[in-house]
Design a protein around this ligand. Structure first.
Ligand SMILES: [Zn+2]
Ligand SMILES: [Zn+2]
Length: 136
């Protein structure tokens, strides 16, 4: 959580109650969260901001590279800390998510191919879908 609070300070973002709670929520959760899940967690911290406020807040955190958007095989947007480079194993049945730390050489390989083709990478997403041990 300190990590996010430090980012707020470095980026001169005002520390509001909602921002503080979001820092805690994202640091304690090891998988990407949807907006409804975020709202439930905020409520558990006795915060009830309306949806618009939360969306606006998430946008600000993304712009400041504290959070990033993650897309799985459904139409829900998810959010997680924009920290280390990693990917996800996602269970199609129950939604279980396992984080995969990524070998840096793979990233370099992608960058090299992009460069060779004058391709400008803007966002990246690499998730793997299947069934977890509880669902097979
Ligand atoms: Zn993740
Ligand atoms: Zn599962």
């Amino acid at each position: 959580m300190e990590y996010v609070l430090r980012q707020y300070r470095d980026k001169q973002m005002r520390l509001t109650k909602v921002r503080e709670a979001l820092a805690e929520i994202f640091c304690q959760t090891e998988r990407p969260l949807t907006v409804p899940e975020i709202l439930v967690k905020l409520e558990q911290s006795n915060l009830r901001p309306n949806k618009t406020t939360v969306y606006r807040e998430l946008e600000i955190l993304i712009k400041n590279e504290i959070l990033k958007e993650v897309y799985f095989n459904d139409d829900k947007k998810r959010y997680e800390l924009d920290r280390d480079h990693h990917h996800h194993l996602v269970c199609k049945q129950c939604g279980e998510v396992i984080e995969i730390e990524c070998d840096h050489s793979f990233e370099l390989q992608v960058e090299a191919v992009a460069k060779k083709n004058n391709f400008v990478i803007e966002t990246e997403s690499l998730e793997f879908f299947g069934q977890c041990k509880n669902c097979v």
